[in-house]
Design a binder for this molecule. Structure first.
Ligand code: UD1
Length: 392
């Protein structure tokens, strides 16, 4: 379906998605907009897939499982360096906006597509809303941190997941009326799908039992790009997990380094990137999770599953202060003592952060409607100067 014909109607929101962690964040927003439309709302959306992730296992499977409609537009940018992807997305999204302008560009998370579309939109004076705004790791070696800083510097409306994010944005000078503490759309998706989670096809053959295995995900350049360091890390995982199976869905970036490993620990079960329902089934029933992802630490927090993060920093501190996550740094030697505490039954229990309640998408759609569609009239918001300074 081509929704470009709607472009001159007020209330058209471009929803941008490009890479795997975006898809679970947009699903509840789209559903909430559809619900408002069913109730007569004039709010409209155009789903723009940038094509940053294009494999079925990194993209298509998520659309199918989460009931996300086919994108209205696919920019098909594909793989490349950070600058190549940024430039490709900007060029193609700018062309789309010039041909068929929208009233708001809504970006989510911190991937290259988030930043690239925000820049292209704002330069054409299409206002930008950022979902998951304000979080900061402070680590400029992560491309995601650069994406967060740039995006928030030119965002008009900020939808946040935590009080820490609110404080970061207030500290950067964001006016209170531009800041909406709405909660976490990724958790909306998790809670909406809890009853649908299902074991992957290899569950029985691998002899997996609830509480009898670990799940591991690794894809940060700092952990996976150097072959020797990666080999040490995998060896340490083998020791620290004491012979329990370690289910390891391998990200495409990690597959390249993994292929060159001289040997693998006996318990390591390498599998393809898993679809959403299977992955979260694995996580929900795991003894513990070892990861360098940010989003996974939010899911383990809500599922109450112990999580060890192989990073020095996190942009999601509430997963540590409130949830079940612990940062142990990138030295593999830290794994064994951390998992020893887990085996000894000494892991913290954790709690669920405020507003991670399954209703964030609805709150966002309600605010979008207020911002974009006034009763009985078609209106476009005044693009403000309210972006956050980049240095928070
Ligand atoms: C991106 C995001 C990261 C997110 C991760 C989740 C940025 C800066 N990073 O990192 O925040 O956590 O996605 O997956 O946006 N590839 C495929 N098939 C695909 C997509 C990628 O084979 O469908 C390959 C690429 O060719 C490349 C590698 O995977 O070699 C990395 O992909 P890329 O999108 O550049 O970055 P990610 O490391 O996936």
């Amino acid at each position: 379906m081509d929704r470009r014909r709607d472009v001159n109607r007020a209330g058209l929101v471009d929803i941008i998605a490009g890479a795997r962690p975006n898809f679970m964040k947009i699903a509840p927003i789209i559903r909430a907009i559809q619900q408002r439309q069913a109730g007569g709302s004039a709010l409209r959306y155009r789903l723009v897939h940038t094509g940053q992730h294009y494999d079925a296992r990194m993209s298509g499977d998520f659309f199918t499982q989460l009931g996300i409609p086919e994108p209205d537009v696919n920019l098909e940018v594909g793989s490349g360096t950070q600058a190549e992807q940024t430039a490709g997305i900007m060029t193609k999204y700018e062309r789309l906006l010039l041909d068929a302008r929208s009233d708001l560009c809504l970006v989510v998370g911190d991937v290259t597509s988030t930043m690239a579309c925000a820049i292209a939109a704002q330069k054409l004076r299409v206002p930008v809303a950022h979902v998951e705004a304000g979080i900061r790791s402070g680590d400029w070696a992560m491309p995601e941190e650069i994406n967060r800083l740039v995006t928030d510097a030119i965002t008009n409306w900020f939808f946040t997941t935590s009080e820490v994010a609110n404080a970061n944005l207030r500290g950067a000078g964001v006016a209170p009326e531009r800041l909406f503490f709405v909660g976490n759309t990724m958790i909306d998706t998790l809670l909406a799908n809890l009853g649908r989670l299902r074991p992957p096809p290899f569950w029985n053959d691998a002899g997996l039992q609830p509480g009898g295995y670990f799940v591991m995900t690794l894809h940060r350049p700092a952990n996976v790009d150097d072959a020797a360091g990666f080999a040490r890390l995998i060896e340490a995982v083998g020791r620290a997990t004491r012979g329990l199976p370690v289910v390891f869905p391998v990200h495409p970036r990690t597959a390249k380094t993994l292929a060159a490993l001289p040997q693998r620990p006996a318990g390591l079960l390498t599998v393809d990137p898993q679809p959403y329902l299977e992955f979260n089934h694995l996580v929900r029933h795991a003894r513990g999770v070892i990861t360098d992802s940010g989003g996974v630490t939010e899911e383990t927090t809500v599922l109450g599953v112990p999580c060890v993060t192989l990073r020095d920093t996190t942009e999601r501190p509430e997963t540590v202060t409130v949830g079940t996550n612990e940062l142990i740094g990138t030295d593999p030697a830290a794994l064994e003592p951390a998992l020893a505490r887990l085996f000894a039954g000494q892991w913290k229990k954790g709690a669920i952060p405020p507003l991670w309640d399954g209703h964030t998408g609805e709150r966002i759609a309600e605010i979008l409607e207020r911002l974009l569609v006034r009763p009985g009239q078609a209106d476009t918001p005044a693009a403000g100067s309210g972006g956050a300074a980049a240095g928070s």
